[in-house]
Design a protein around this ligand. Structure first.
Ligand code: 6PG
Length: 256
């Protein structure tokens, strides 16, 4: 693994998918332990897409599974598709099938977005109420997740905050419904204030198709991708990259 500083961020570049998953699992366990020791529980917002599956597999391995007091972990998602949990596109549904089902986690620790029999607007409003209740928030306050996982798409989107979509500029609501023109679909997503109040944010990026945007994000002052609005207010931001996602960046940025 290499570490490099780019644009004031610390990036870990892992030499293989296995090392990438291991590094992500190591950080996940460290943060969970730290949170439970400090607050008696750990609130985690999982990211969507396919990358988290690598982390889930690693967490279920003998190296990590027994290291976590899963009974004190609460799972949310940073964004969700407007499909039933059973649908293979469901972010929480996939987390349930690929990770949670293999763990003994109390039902009350699971916080999926309610998508069935809900319009996207109702789903977003209900999730916002779930966050307010869980974190004991008054109006104007923001959830402070112990760990918020994010991915990044080849267009620089993160969560379901896609380029040129309305949700990018939301500053009042915790969770919104967001129409994504390029997908011709509604998504439910955390807003940037909800993301940026987290204690720990880890952005996990793998895949060659993201290499150009990664290079631009960390070396080109003129670009503006949604993922660049991930700026924790008091928390810690870590990028964990799999080598092919960093290959263009590594051509122009020396490692430490
Ligand atoms: C989603 C995600 C999204 C994802 C990126 C990366 O619901 O699609 O939350 O932001 O993290 O698109 O997806 P991959 O991991 O599949 O490359």
């Amino acid at each position: 693994m290499k570490t490099l500083l780019a644009n004031k961020a610390q990036l870990r570049v892992c030499d293989s998918v296995t090392e990438f998953a291991t590094e992500a699992a190591r950080e996940f366990v460290r943060i969970v332990d730290e949170s439970i020791a400090a607050r008696g529980r750990c609130s985690i917002a999982l990211s969507g897409g396919s990358t988290p599956g690598l982390l889930y597999d690693r967490l279920l391995s003998a190296d990590f599974k027994q290291k976590v007091d899963w009974s004190k972990v609460h799972f949310f998602v940073s964004d969700e598709r407007c499909v039933p949990l059973e649908d293979e596109a469901s972010n929480f549904g996939n987390a349930q099938r690929q990770l949670i089902a293999a763990l003994s986690i109390p039902q009350e620790n699971l916080h999926p977005v309610l998508t069935e029999d809900h319009t996207p607007t109702e789903s977003a409003a209900d999730y916002e109420e779930q966050l307010k209740e869980f974190f004991g928030l008054r109006d104007g306050q923001w959830p402070q997740f112990d760990l918020l996982l994010l991915g990044m798409g080849p267009d620089g989107h993160t969560a379901s905050l896609f380029p040129k979509t309305k949700a990018l500029t939301e500053t009042r609501r915790l969770v919104v419904e967001n129409f994504v023109d390029k997908l011709q679909a509604m998504r439910i997503t955390f807003t940037f204030p909800s993301i940026n109040h987290a204690r720990n944010i880890i952005v996990l990026v793998q895949g060659k198709e993201k290499a150009d945007v990664i290079r631009e994000v960390f070396t080109d002052e003129t670009v503006s991708y949604p993922v660049q609005q991930v700026k924790p207010i008091t928390g810690k931001l870590e990028w964990i990259l799999e080598k092919t996602a960093a290959e263009q960046l590594l051509k122009v940025q020396k490692t430490l």
